[in-house]
Design a protein around this ligand. Structure first.
Ligand SMILES: [Zn+2]
Length: 106
């Protein structure tokens, strides 16, 4: 597929297009057909984030590349992290990829 100045944003959870169209501001053919974003599609939002929180794992704080994603249900949050559950508005939390690896190992 050749590059274009428009791209379809994809959901970080299911990798399907989330309905957002991205455009290169300078109308340069710089983008792939699909671009990974951190905006979940409506289906995943409903399925996972209604009562869950998405953890976005990165190699370092300044790194833009997402290394992994996990969704934690609000009702188990305090058991998993031994921390109060974040408020309802908080749907994403950036964290170190090591935390996700640790969660998967358990
Ligand atoms: Zn999705």
């Amino acid at each position: 597929m050749s590059k274009s100045y428009v791209s379809m944003a994809t959901c970080p959870i299911c990798q399907e297009p989330n309905g957002t169209i991205l455009m290169d501001k300078r109308i340069k053919n710089s983008m792939e057909q699909y671009t990974k974003t951190l905006d979940p599609c409506d289906k995943c939002e409903e399925k996972y984030l209604k009562d869950g929180i998405m953890l976005i794992g990165k190699e370092s704080e300044n790194s833009k590349e997402v290394k992994g994603i996990a969704v934690i249900k609000r009702k188990v949050w305090s058991k998993v992290f031994n921390l109060p559950t974040p408020n309802k508005k908080q749907k994403f939390i950036f964290c170190d990829i090591k935390i996700l690896e640790h969660l998967k190992a358990n």
